[in-house]
Design a protein. Structure first.
Length: 260
């Protein structure tokens, strides 16, 4: 049985079936289940409160582009269902604004599309990438109770034959990806996904594409990386319980440290 943050109880197989619906997955479960994104936000309880209360638009374009890259590499048949391309070069163009106001899809400019298809083409021309994704399932949903809370996830690339999983990332500087992995909490995601899909660290990889150079990297994961992510998950859940379940005042949240 899955118990969501709002107290709803679901049969696991029933809720898994509904998770293929993006509106349910990102909408209802986005509010009422934990995820790697919410755990990262909860490292700052004030950020979690502000974004879950008021929303966050600052990264909307980056998220749209990330969705485009994922779709075109992993699920190109879903492009027409998810996207609309307007033949303009700028998002300030009247035609773009009109389409964006009317469409229920992600609206891109022709420049958005063309610029990022370079990234897609680079990935799909690479034999190592093709070998990595051949025969795999894409965007495979999972939901489980971890540490007493419902967690949702979708594995970008999953192969049940070899108990293998891979996450697709794009970045602006691939030589700094190891630092980005720490900065953006990919260790958190790795622990959640490996735990939920029962994949050992040795069987998880990150497939990374540099948006500028188009270089491609395949990064392995060590158990120590997962352990670091688990520590962050535990701290974030403590923050959630303290401030959002026990309703202690966020005004008293204070960071402490020592400068050396």
């Amino acid at each position: 049985m899955i118990t969501l943050l709002n107290g709803e109880q679901w049969d696991r197989e029933a809720i898994l079936a509904k998770m293929h619906d993006d509106d349910f997955y990102y909408g209802h479960l986005g509010k009422h289940a934990m995820s790697s994104s919410s755990i990262k936000l909860l490292q700052s309880p004030k950020s979690y409160y502000n974004i879950t209360t008021y929303g966050d638009e600052k990264d909307s374009k980056a998220l749209q582009i990330g969705t485009l890259i994922h779709t075109m590499i992993l699920e190109p048949e879903m492009f027409a269902e998810r996207f609309e391309v307007v033949d303009v070069q700028s998002r300030v163009a009247k035609a773009y604004k009109e389409a964006n106001a009317k469409s229920n899809k992600i609206v891109l400019t022709a420049k958005d599309y063309d610029d990022n298809m370079r990234i897609v083409d680079a990935a799909l021309r690479n034999e190592h990438v093709l070998d990595l994704i051949r025969g795999c399932e894409f965007e495979k949903p999972e939901i489980q109770m971890l540490e007493g809370y419902a967690f949702r996830a979708k594995a970008d690339i999953y192969d049940a034959r070899y108990n293998f999983m891979c996450d697709l990332k794009s970045c602006s500087e691939i030589n700094g990806f190891k630092y980005s992995a720490d900065k953006y909490g990919y260790d958190v995601q790795a622990w959640i996904y490996c735990t939920m899909f029962q994949v050992p660290a040795d069987n998880m990889k990150f497939l990374v594409i540099d948006k500028g150079s188009l270089d491609i990297g395949i990064f392995d994961v060590k158990q120590s990386f997962l352990d670091k992510g688990y520590a962050k998950v535990k701290q974030s859940l403590q923050n959630y319980k303290h401030f959002f379940q026990l309703h202690n005042s966020l005004d008293n949240y204070t960071l402490r440290g020592t400068l050396e």
